[in-house]
Design a protein around this ligand. Structure first.
Ligand code: ATR
Length: 287
């Protein structure tokens, strides 16, 4: 996805994957900085660790307590920090790492564009309160959803997330447990659905899919989880996590380049990479 985007923009850059042990993350970020990399993406568990390892944090990383994108920057002739691209090969020696979070906005965009949701007015049942669940809850709260229901296998973790939202977003009505009435969205942020034998991520005795208008599954492989299949059958609008993956990547590329990301090209490359261009892409980005 990133190399397709980079290529489309005519840049002589390469996006490469490095397997870094969490114990070496600080050195890896420092190494990329002194080698004047343009930027980095980080995945689990590095997103949380990197918050204490970069030189500056964007508001997005502060709000969600996680860094998935690093941009390396140096000072221009006016003393302003600029992305390294600005310097065209003649990069000053003093470089800083600047941490951003593009995941949270990507989720918002995927819900708005894939499911046509009007978040500030919606009622949402969020399944899962792990790393992804907490981040989704904070994003939904920051978008001022009308009502947020939290369910997690380990109730204590859902309570922790509810407490954090009540402190940071007191306007949002957070409820622990299943809604009694209909909701606009069920959002799966658990890992249930990754394996074919996995059960549905909610308790069918307490909730049924005909009580929601739409379902978003943060899982994108398989393209259609049991949850999304059941939701389609119940007549819900559905989308999987590929939209979120695409939009977080597009936002990262925009941070590095200062240019608009070529979304269609990146989307096509992503689908090809993840699904091999097979027929399983129907539910991907929503209706
Ligand atoms: P991630 O960073 O992907 O969110 P995580 O923090 O390990 O990963 O969270 C996994 C989520 O899936 C949690 O909400 C977890 O529930 P617990 O908090 O009770 O562990 C949920 N999950 C994983 N396996 C599950 C299962 N078999 N049944 C129900 N929920 C499950």
């Amino acid at each position: 996805m990133q190399n397709a985007g980079i290529n489309e923009l005519g840049l002589e850059w390469r996006y490469l994957a490095f397997d870094v042990h969490p114990l070496h993350l600080r050195e890896a970020i420092l190494g990329a900085k002194v080698m004047k990399f343009i930027g980095l993406n980080l995945t689990v568990p590095h997103k949380l660790l990197a918050v204490d390892m970069v030189d500056a944090l964007d508001e997005s990383a502060l709000t969600f307590g996680a860094v998935n994108t690093v941009r390396f920057e140096a000072k221009d002739e006016n003393g302003e920090w600029q992305p390294l691209r600005h310097f065209e090969g003649d990069v000053p020696e003093v470089v800083r790492s600047h941490g951003f979070n593009t995941d949270a906005d990507a989720l918002g965009r995927a819900l708005r564009e894939g499911l046509k949701l009007d978040l500030p007015r919606s009622r949402v049942l969020l399944l899962g309160a792990g790393g992804a669940g907490r981040a989704a809850a904070l994003k939904l709260a920051s978008e001022r959803v009308h009502e947020l229901y939290l369910v997690n296998r380990t109730a204590q973790k859902a309570e922790g997330v509810a407490k954090e939202i009540r402190e940071r977003f007191p306007q949002v009505n957070v409820v622990l447990g299943y809604p009694k009435e209909t909701v606009d969205l069920v959002l799966n942020a658990t890992s249930l659905g990754l394996k074919p034998e996995d059960e549905l991520p909610f308790d069918a005795k307490q909730f049924a899919l005909d009580r929601t208008k739409s379902v978003y599954d943060m899982i994108y492989r398989p393209a259609e989880t049991r949850l999304l299949m059941a939701a389609k059958e119940a007549g819900c609008a559905v989308a999987n996590g590929l939209g979120m993956l695409l939009y977080q990547g597009a936002a990262a590329l925009e941070l590095w380049t200062g240019q608009q990301a070529p979304l269609a090209v990146m989307k096509q490359a992503l689908e090809q990479e993840v699904y091999g261009g097979g027929s399983k892409v129907a539910a991907t980005f929503g209706r």
